[in-house]
Ligand binder design. Structure first.
Ligand code: MEV
Length: 425
C-alpha cells in the first residue's frame, strides 16, 4: 500500500482523513474519532479555521489564559496569553500584582522602522550601477504608488531606498535595502508587494533579481519596558541580598550564552503567548528577537539590571514587528477578542504590552531561580497535570494538593500518594 499520494489537497476533508487513517494509523475508527472530536460544532467557524491553511483536518487547542493586574504607563490591562506551559500565566499574574503596587511598568517605543530587501546580482561597472540607481530612485517609489496609497493615508509608506554593495562578502551581490513604516499593520504583505514592484521596475539586462523579501530582523522596530523601585520595596526579609543575586543572574545571562538562551527562552514564554493570543506571527518575532540578542556577535541577555543609589532597575529592549489590523488579527475571533480585551491598542501600544509580558516573565523566573528554585512553583503547577493524567477526581485533587503544600512534588511521590489514597478508600 503506497504511502505517497498525488492530488491530496484536492480531496475532500473526509477523504483526506480516511486516507491518512488507513495509511498511517493502526486503529482507524479511534483516530478518526479523535480528529473529529476537535471539530467545531459551528460549521461556519470551522470553515473559517479550515481556510487558514491547506489540508486542515482538525483544530489543535492550546489554553487561552489571562493575566490581570498589569499596569503599563499608568493604564490597567488584563493580558491574554496562549500557552501550554503550566506556570507562565501564574507567574505573569503574580509579577503584575507585585509591580502594580510599585509604580507599574513603564514602556516606550524607540522606533518602528521595518526592512525589506531586493537581492540581486550585477557583474558590470559599479559606478554605472550607482548612476542607474540614482536615476531610477524616484521611479522605484512611483512603481509602488497603487500599493502605498492607502498606507500613506494612514501615515505609513516607504521611508527610503538605498543601494548596498555586498560584493566583498559575495561576488557580484548587491541589494536594494528599503525601509518602511507600516503603522498599525504588521505589514508583511504590504512590504513584499512593494518589493516585488520595485524589483520589476529596477531589473534590466544586467541586473538579475535573485529574490525580494522583507526581513524579520527589525533592530529599528524597538521597544523598551522597565520596572524600578527602591531596594527596601523589594520582597522578603533580605531585599538587598535579593537585589544583588537578581543582578548577578542578569549579569550571568549577559556573558554566558548557555544561560542567556534559557534566560531569553523564559522571556519568550511571555512574549510568544501574547503574540499568539493577538494573532501575530510568533515565528517572525522569535527569529528577529534572537538575531537581536546576537547583534554584538555574542548571544546575550535581552534584559538588563542596575542597582545604584538604593534603586533597583530592571528593563528589556526588544525588537517587535507587530500588527493590530489586518491578517489574522481581523480574522480569528479570539485574536479580535484579545485586542478588545487590550482596549484596541495601536501596534505601538501592543509592542509595549508584549515587551512588558516578556519582562514580567523574566522577573518571575529570576525571582524563583534565585530564591526557592524553579521546581518549587513548576512542580506545584505540574502536580495538577499529573493528577489529571492519573484520573484523580476533584476530592482527590484537593486532598493531594493539600498534602503537597508541605512536600516536594515529584512524579513518583504524586503517584505513590494517589495510590495510597485510592487503596485506603
Ligand atoms: C522555562 O520555560 C523558563 C525558565 O527556564 C527561564 C529561565 O531559566 O530564566 C524558567
Amino acid at each position: 500500500m503506497s504511502k505517497i499520494i498525488s492530488g491530496f489537497s484536492k480531496r475532500t476533508k473526509e477523504e483526506k482523513i480516511n486516507w491518512l487513517a488507513t495509511h498511517y494509523f493502526a486503529n482507524q475508527p479511534e483516530i478518526i474519532a479523535i480528529i473529529k472530536q476537535y471539530w467545531n460544532s459551528d460549521d461556519a467557524l470551522q470553515q473559517l479555521h479550515d481556510d487558514f491553511i491547506e489540508n486542515t483536518i482538525s483544530n489543535f487547542y492550546l489554553p487561552y489564559g489571562v493575566a490581570p493586574n498589569f499596569i503599563i504607563n499608568n493604564k490597567a490591562y488584563v493580558i491574554p496569553m496562549v500557552i501550554e506551559e503550566s506556570s507562565v500565566v501564574a507567574a505573569a499574574s503574580l509579577v503584575a500584582k507585585f509591580w502594580s503596587t510599585r509604580g507599574g511598568f513603564k514602556a516606550e517605543v524607540i522606533s518602528t522602522t521595518k526592512i525589506g530587501q531586493v537581492h540581486f546580482i550585477y557583474k558590470g561597472d559599479e559606478n554605472e550601477l550607482t548612476q542607474y540607481f540614482n536615476s531610477k530612485k524616484e521611479l522605484l517609489k512611483l512603481a509602488t504608488a497603487s500599493i502605498t496609497k492607502n498606507m500613506e493615508k494612514r501615515g505609513g509608506g516607504i521611508l527610503d531606498i538605498e543601494l548596498i554593495d555586498k560584493t566583498e562578502k559575495l561576488a557580484h551581490y548587491y541589494q536594494l535595502h528599503i525601509t518602511f513604516e507600516t503603522v498599525d499593520s504588521m505589514g508583511a504583505n504590504f512590504i513584499n508587494s512593494c518589493l516585488e514592484a520595485i524589483a520589476k521596475e529596477f531589473r534590466n539586462n544586467e541586473i538579475e533579481i535573485v529574490m525580494s523579501i522583507l526581513s524579520n530582523y527589525v533592530p529599528e522596530c524597538l521597544v523598551r519596558a522597565e520596572v524600578s523601585c527602591t531596594i527596601e520595596e523589594l520582597d522578603g526579609d533580605a531585599p538587598q541580598k535579593f537585589a544583588e543575586k537578581f543582578y548577578q543572574a542578569v549579569q550571568i545571562a549577559s556573558i554566558e550564552p548557555y544561560r542567556a538562551v534559557t534566560h531569553n527562552k523564559g522571556i519568550m514564554n511571555g512574549i510568544d503567548a501574547v503574540v499568539l493570543a493577538t494573532g501575530n506571527d510568533f515565528r517572525a518575532v522569535e527569529a528577529g528577537v534572537h538575531a537581536y540578542a546576537s547583534r554584538s556577535g555574542h548571544y546575550t541577555s535581552l534584559t538588563h539590571c542596575d542597582i545604584s543609589n538604593g534603586v533597583f532597575r530592571f528593563w528589556i529592549e526588544v525588537p517587535l514587528a507587530l500588527g493590530t489590523v489586518g491578517g489574522l488579527t481581523s480574522l480569528h475571533p479570539l485574536a479580535k477578542l484579545s485586542l478588545e480585551m487590550l482596549q484596541q491598542p495601536s501596534a505601538r501600544e501592543l509592542m509595549m504590552i508584549v515587551a512588558t509580558a516578556g519582562l514580567a516573565q523574566n522577573f518571575g523566573a529570576l525571582r524563583a531561580l534565585t530564591t526557592l528554585g524553579i521546581q518549587h512553583g513548576h512542580m506545584k503547577m505540574h502536580l495538577m497535570n499529573i493528577l489529571h493524567q492519573l484520573g484523580a477526581n476533584d476530592a482527590e485533587k484537593k486532598e493531594i494538593a493539600r498534602y503537597f503544600e508541605q512536600q516536594t512534588v515529584t512524579h513518583s511521590a504524586v503517584v505513590a500518594k494517589f495510590n495510597e489514597l485510592r487503596n485506603n478508600n
